[in-house]
Ligand binder design. Structure first.
Ligand code: RP5
Length: 161
């Protein structure tokens, strides 16, 4: 889904895509337009700068940013745009994603990043967080999100199976 995206999903490496795709899957389910791009704080800083500088004019309403290790992408993106940034700490082999989490969560006052859980749950929740933000001003999306949440609740058994 790439036409007129309202959500930008960015990640530091293509190796982050299996995780970040879980955010994309949620947005697909809920009918939210998005784009997915590799934007690395360290390897492609000029691309990060350009992405952040143009985000508002391009109509992006939420940016989901995922990275692992020295995960500076979400925070740097938050420094370049007022578009809300949802951060996803990608799980790493060396430190299990605690490094990613600490790199993302402890932002200085003035430049917030809404930091999700490490890994798969965090990526899916980032998609839901983005949808929730957009649903504030989109009643049709709000209805789809309510249905999604009700379906999830209904799928949880009352007794262990
Ligand atoms: C980070 O380094 C990326 O976000 C990724 O999680 C990690 C490893 O990247 P690769 O070496 O797999 O490209 O910048």
């Amino acid at each position: 889904m790439t036409s007129s995206p309202t959500v930008g999903i960015i990640m530091g490496s293509t190796s982050d895509w299996p995780t970040m795709k879980l955010a994309a899957d949620i947005l697909e389910e809920l009918g939210v337009s998005y784009e997915a791009r590799i934007v690395s704080a360290h390897r492609t800083p000029d691309r990060l700068w350009e992405y952040g500088t143009t985000a508002v004019d391009r109509g992006l309403k939420v940016i989901i940013a995922g990275a692992g290790g020295a995960a500076h992408l979400p925070g740097m993106m938050a420094s370049k745009t007022r578009v809300p940034v949802v951060g996803v700490p990608v799980q790493t082999k060396a430190l299990s994603g605690v490094d990613s989490l600490y790199s993302i969560v402890q932002m200085p006052r003035g430049f917030p990043v809404a930091t999700m859980a490490i890994g798969a749950a965090g990526a899916a929740n980032a998609g839901l967080m983005a949808a929730g933000i957009l649903a504030v001003s989109d009643p049709d999306l709000a209805a789809r999100l309510d249905t999604w949440r009700a379906d999830l609740a209904a799928s949880i058994p009352e007794v262990p199976e």
